[in-house]
Write a protein that binds this ligand. Structure first.
Ligand code: UDP
Ligand code: MG
Length: 325
């Protein structure tokens, strides 16, 4: 007899009370249509609204729903990491709660996985209902990252993907703190492929990624996969020092051999400001790396759970798997 495939669906949620029920409905519909056992693993990332209560109610009525409840907001990337730590299925799907990633693509991803691919990620060809600013900064970010990164990170791809259990296990062995999960999934390797999709509008509520979180996220992406900014700092320093040296020679020449050494206050100011600017930029870049080294050395756990019943990952067979009746 063919062994049933078990699917784990990881859904990070942060203040998503307006969408949870709809997300649950759509996911359940899709998963039931597939006719295989599944678990819906919601990670509540320290929501301040009724998100956790709504999920608890769902869990009471439906065995397939599980809640990992963070003690505070640890961030989206940490939430999906916790999901991967606790997921028990043979195939693991990561999906946003706001229905921007359509659950209806999961069967298509599963088909690719059955063909033998170990990671099937969803590449956005269009993004609906997002501001021009978000689209442009996102496009710029993915291209910069691609140019900088030492590994091949696919363009315009979020965390919406299906992974084989093996990939998830490899991900569990990576415990770095400032995580850029989609890059790490590329880094672990395996056979990977893409399917394309149009990213929908958020079903309800507002983005949980304000500019500050977006900047932090892009810095994590670049610093964890590239030393190029550090090298750039070095090159920039070299170019500026070399130009300053040339300018110094010119100044000396003018002072010694010509009569027109007008007290050049403006040029001095310009040089001082420029140099200080460059030095500060370089220090800033160094700071980004040093800060992350500091985070690693502190060796804190990545997250803390409020609900203790999840302490210690359950074995796959201890989990309630729901199959279509
Ligand atoms: N999210 C989270 N913690 C956070 C921010 C976001 O768990 O600190 C979740 C959020 O609930 C959603 C997903 O991460 O399921 C993506 O967030 P969002 O849709 O707000 O980002 P956007 O699509 O606007 O980039
Ligand atoms: Mg979204």
């Amino acid at each position: 007899m063919k062994k049933a495939i078990r699917y784990s669906i990881i859904v990070p949620v942060y203040n998503e009370e307006a969408v949870i029920n709809e997300t649950y409905q759509r996911l359940t519909k899709v998963m039931e249509s597939m006719g295989e056992p599944y678990e819906l693993l919601f990670i509540n990332d320290g929501s301040r609204d009724k998100t956790a209560q709504i999920i608890e109610q769902l869990a009471e009525a439906d065995d397939s729903v599980k809640l990992l409840d963070f003690s505070r907001n640890f961030g989206h990337q940490i939430a999906i990491t916790a999901g991967m730590d606790y997921a028990c299925g043979e195939a693991v799907v990561i999906i946003d709660a706001d229905l921007q990633d359509p659950p209806e693509l999961i069967p298509q991803m599963a088909a690719k996985w059955q063909e033998g691919f170990e990671v099937v990620y969803a590449k956005r060809t269009k993004r609906k209902g997002e501001t021009l600013f978000k689209k442009w900064t996102a496009a710029l970010f993915y291209r910069t990252l691609r140019a900088a990164a030492e590994i091949d990170i696919p363009l315009d791809t979020g965390d919406f993907r299906l992974m084989d259990r093996k990939v998830c296990e490899a991900m569990r062995s990576i415990r770095e703190k400032n995580r850029f999960v989609r890059g790490l999934v590329s880094w672990v390797g395996f056979r990977q492929t893409a399917i394309e999709y149009t990213r929908d509008e958020r079903f309800a509520g507002e983005t949980k990624y304000p500019l500050k979180k977006m900047l932090r996220f892009s810095m994590d992406g670049i610093t964890s996969f590239s030393y190029k900014p550090l090298k750039l700092a070095g090159y920039l320093g070299f170019v500026v020092s070399f130009s300053s040296f040339v300018y110094l020679i010119v100044t000396l020449f003018l002072r010694l051999f010509t009569a027109d050494t007008i007290p050049g206050w403006s040029s001095v100011m310009a040089c001082v400001l420029l140099l200080n600017g460059v030095v500060l930029i370089i220090l800033g870049i160094l700071g980004e790396y040093v800060g992350r080294i500091y985070d690693e050395t502190k060796n804190r756990p990545l997250y803390i759970l409020r609900n203790k019943e999840h302490a210690g990952r359950p074995q796959p067979d201890e989990v309630n798997w729901r199959v279509k009746q």
